[in-house]
Design a protein around this ligand. Structure first.
Ligand code: SF4
Ligand code: SF4
Length: 446
């Protein structure tokens, strides 16, 4: 069976957050396979801990993808601060002719466009993908899951970090489908009442207060915060209020643009111009909005750069939504017809000197009191019930392949996608009886 078929059977998707089905991603010949171990969300440690404790598997997954894609170069992007992981990976990487690319502790080092530039010196075309410059980028946990798939083990568990206002910050592998509430208990429980939870990280994560939400194949971890933490208050401000404040308070200082990592790589993104769409009561917004189309939503402008605490990221998100609705996508022709814009990409002379150290972001977000290690714990987690979302990946939702009342074993396929559709299989993360199949698959142990 081909590697792509093995990966498809095992339900492997991008574990770094995007959830793109991996069997599709490795279907072309490339020069580089790049492992993304540049974890850069504040307080998150799960990739560092995974590389330190499962280095052999990460390298084995890398080798398998290099063989399948004919890549001559395999490079793992990892931050210098992760010494234990660097030592562990070095033991296996040398033998496998895989190189380590050591990165500084800046944000967002893990952005695909940034990482590819750091490793290869090449810039992905605007709105493009790494394949266009001969590279495929996979998160280190995805490579770990590929190695497991080759041993016949499908994706049933997720590496996560639980940090913030918890008694014992921890990184661990847990069955997919356990609730946020259970996960927080594994970290000794929250130290605050009625916490706000950042699902996936403080910068790019989603804010929730629902302890019943469940872990999926793309959950990176949880940051638990006091319910009235300033980050939660900022993110919960309604869109209409964000819009109103932006309209009256944006002084066009351009700090959001000057610190934008995609702008510094040379892409035609200038969030302060998108903000003009608000300032000028939407007049010219068709043109202003184009300056937000290449935004990667890293949050640096909203959560770090803007001195007025405005929402340039959210303005860019809105501009992308409008573009999608109007079926407008990025092209060179669009750039050429937009006043002041060019399709040419060249890194800004200040690219290196304006990279933002992670520690500064931690302080700016009011997270310094929670900035602790979250060491790996090989705990055995045996939940009584899991809830498996049918859409944990890019593409079409999976369809249940079991019925209510069926008995399943851990690792059985419980939902599938047609062979010609983009998507990924889902497997039971515990053994037990199926209690529900719509809108989620619920399995109760026993
Ligand atoms: S940094 Fe804030 S105030 Fe300055 S241009 Fe950007 S959105 Fe406006
Ligand atoms: S979120 Fe802001 S800083 Fe990040 S890419 Fe978008 S515009 Fe640039």
């Amino acid at each position: 069976m081909s590697l792509a078929a093995v990966i498809r059977e095992a339900g492997v998707v991008g574990a770094g957050g995007a959830g793109f089905p991996t069997h599709v991603k490795i279907g072309s010949e490339v020069e580089y396979v790049i492992a993304n171990g540049a974890e850069c969300e504040p307080l998150m440690h799960k990739d560092g801990e995974l590389m330190a404790h499962c280095a052999e598997r990460v390298v084995a997954g890398m080798q398998a993808v290099m063989e399948a894609t004919g890549a001559q170069k395999g490079v793992i992007g990892i931050k210098e601060k992760n010494r234990e992981a660097i030592d562990a990976l070095s033991r296996y990487a040398r033998r496998a002719e895989v190189a380590l690319h050591i990165l500084g502790d800046f944000y967002p080092a893990g952005d695909e466009f940034v990482l590819v530039y750091e490793v290869t010196g090449r810039l992905i075309p605007p709105g493009g993908i790494p394949l266009q410059i001969g590279a495929v980028v996979l998160n280190v946990e995805t490579l770990h899951n590929i190695a497991l798939a080759l041993d016949g083990t499908p994706v049933t568990h997720k590496f996560v970090t639980v940090a913030g206002a918890v008694r014992r910050p921890v990184s661990c592998a847990v069955p997919i489908g356990i609730s946020f509430g259970e996960l927080i208990e594994l970290a000794g429980g929250a130290t605050v009442d009625a916490p706000a939870i950042m699902d996936g990280g403080a910068m790019m994560g989603r804010l929730t207060r629902n302890l019943g939400d469940c872990i999926t194949k793309t959950t990176g971890g949880l940051i638990v915060l006091p319910g009235d933490h300033s980050l939660a208050s900022r993110l919960e401000r309604p869109a209409a209020v964000q819009h109103r404040i932006g309209k009256s308070a944006c002084d066009q200082c351009t700090y959001c643009t000057e610190l934008c990592p995609r702008y510094l790589l040379g892409y035609a993104i200038e969030p302060h111009k998108v903000m003009r769409g608000l300032v000028f009561s939407m007049s010219g917004s068709e043109f202003w909005n184009r300056w937000g189309m290449l935004c990667c939503e890293c949050g640096l402008c909203t959560l770090y750069a803007c001195p007025e605490d405005l929402y340039p990221r959210e303005a860019c998100q809105q501009s992308k939504r409008v573009a999608r609705e109007n079926q407008v996508s990025w092209t060179s022709a669009l750039a050429e017809e937009t006043p002041g814009m060019t399709a040419t990409v060249q890194a800004h002379p200040m690219y290196e000197s304006r990279r933002i150290p992670l520690i500064q972001i931690v302080r700016r977000l009011g997270l310094a009191a929670y900035d602790h290690p979250a060491p790996f714990d090989r705990m055995d987690v045996a939940p009584l019930r899991v809830q498996l979302a049918l859409k944990q990946h890019a593409g079409a939702p999976a369809r249940a392949a079991v019925a209510v009342g069926d008995r399943v074993r851990a690792g059985d396929c419980v939902a599938d996608v047609p062979t010609d559709a983009l998507g990924a299989r889902i497997h039971a993360s515990i053994g037990g009886r199926v209690r529900q199949i719509d809108p989620l698959i619920v399995i109760e142990a026993g």
